[in-house]
Design a protein around this ligand. Structure first.
Ligand code: 9MR
Length: 341
């Protein structure tokens, strides 16, 4: 009898062991990309962290996460002397508990700002508000937040600097000022200038941004990288080779690239007809990210179509993310895993 019990016990242990082995060898976006030296991740709505299914998807896909909204001024710094740390703390703690890095999005932008910001401020006043914002955030999370979108969407499509509150009050050097101050506050953080429609070499905005960043580097401004948001619409041209060339020219001047907000939208009507093109774009982008050594992240802007910004901003467009509305991975997801293998 004892022998029989022992046999059963050994059999049970064997089964547990087998399950552990099969779980531990499960290939995920995160594990496969990590082997290739690429950080992958998603933009997170803090509420997702309380939902098990969402949380598991975040964990399977992310070695880095970014906040979709909670780190923007209107949430984190709504009044001059009021700070809301709750959601950002939660996100950073979740990341730390799970060995995930964090990208801060974003210190300066023209959207989702706080009502106390004023275009009538003097340069000195605006600089002191900027400095206070940077130092309060970065000193709180020093050594805990690895990457920062220091300035987001600073360019117009024609390549000129966007006329934001910071350009109006401080002047053209607000960007270099922000990077210099950020570097002073946490010298270990990687600092990015993030934008959209800046990925394709030869396009006005992409070239203007490259020239701007090159000048910053020549002046010794501590900028580590640029973000290509990559909010792509299959209806417009997509040229993987020109994107790769753009990545490479940043590499030549010692600048990292983050694929920072990837999604690929298609028409809602007859969307099945557009899936192949969408899949190709996702896979080509991931291939560039894996192959080009200066691309350090591949981050999607969310993960499920049920929470994507796309249908609200582009009526008639959608299905932009790797997981469908029921939180199931789409066929393109399996193809992306193959690219990583
Ligand atoms: O996904 C974000 C959405 O929930 C907000 O309503 C929107 C406000 O402008 O911002 C979205 O995120 C944007 C990001 O911060 C910057 N790049 C474009 C993203 C999509 O609009």
């Amino acid at each position: 009898m004892i022998k029989k019990l022992a046999t059963v016990a050994i059999w049970c242990l064997g089964c547990v062991g087998a399950v552990c082995v099969s779980l531990s060898v499960k290939d995920t976006m995160r594990s496969l990309a990590t082997k290739k030296g690429l950080e992958t991740g998603v933009a997170v709505a803090v509420g997702d962290l309380s939902k098990d299914t969402h949380k598991n998807i975040i964990l399977e896909n992310s070695s880095i996460i970014v906040a979709e909204n909670c780190m923007k001024w209107q949430y984190i710094h709504p009044r001059e002397n009021t700070w809301n740390w709750k959601d950002t703390d939660r996100l950073v703690e979740f990341a730390e508990e799970n060995g995930i890095s964090v990208k801060f999005h974003t210190l300066f932008w023209h959207n989702q700002n706080s009502p106390f910001l004023s275009e009538r401020w003097s340069r000195d006043k605006a600089l002191s508000v900027m400095d206070n914002h940077i130092s309060t955030v970065m000193e709180r999370y020093k050594g805990r937040i690895k990457e920062y979108d220091v300035v987001n969407e600073a360019f117009e499509d024609n390549g000129s600097l966007r006329n934001t509150i910071w350009l109006k009050t401080v002047g053209e050097d607000y960007i270099e000022h922000a990077f210099t101050k950020a570097h002073e506050c946490d010298p270990s953080a990687k600092l990015f200038l993030n934008d959209y429609s800046n990925e394709t070499m030869g396009q006005t905005k992409a070239d203007a941004m490259f020239n701007f960043v090159k000048k910053l580097k020549e002046k010794g401004v501590p900028i580590d990288g640029v973000g290509f948001q990559l909010h792509i619409d299959t209806a417009y041209g997509f040229d993987a080779e020109k994107i790769r060339k753009n990545v490479k020219r940043y590499e030549e001047i010692g600048v990292l690239v983050s694929f920072s907000e990837v999604d690929v939208r298609i028409p809602q009507r007859n969307y099945e007809n557009h899936l192949a093109k969408q899949q190709k774009i996702y896979c080509e982008l991931l291939k560039i990210a894996v192959e080009e050594p200066n691309v350090i992240n591949f981050i999607t802007w969310g993960f499920t179509d049920s929470q994507s910004w796309v249908p609200y901003t582009f009526p008639g467009k959608g299905h932009a993310l790797p997981y469908d509305e029921n939180l199931q991975p789409k066929p393109l997801y399996a193809e992306m895993l193959k690219v990583l293998k």
